[in-house]
Design a protein around this ligand. Sequence first.
Ligand SMILES: [Zn+2]
Length: 137
Amino acid sequence: MAYTKPIPDPEQYINKPFWDGCKDGKLMLPRCLTCNRVHFYPRVICPHCHSDQLEWVECSGEGYLHTFAVQHRAFGGWAEEVPFVTAFIDLKEGDRMLTVLRGVDATKPETIKIGAKVKIEFEAASDEVSIPFWRVV
Ligand SMILES: [Zn+2]
């Protein structure tokens, strides 16, 4: 089935290592060599201490559900998926990631538990790009 949602062009962004990692099934994030914290989304300076001394590290792909919202309206390819759940994930390594949450019933939000353990997964959007999602485990 064709992927009908927007697809980023990793060649246009400073976060190419993030997208290369997604293609390889890995969560790659920048870690600050000054304060040792990781951050999402990738930036050229650390949002915690403003250092530009960063390295790319492979993260565990594990985290916890911080909060979520059920989306009932969407455009383009996302309209085919409503209702679906968007969420903030507290990464095991620190910082927080906005995502689409899978493995939950968007029609029964009372069954979705804040703090639930989640794991990252990747969906091939094209031959060059895979998109990260998170799933309750
Ligand atoms: Zn820092």
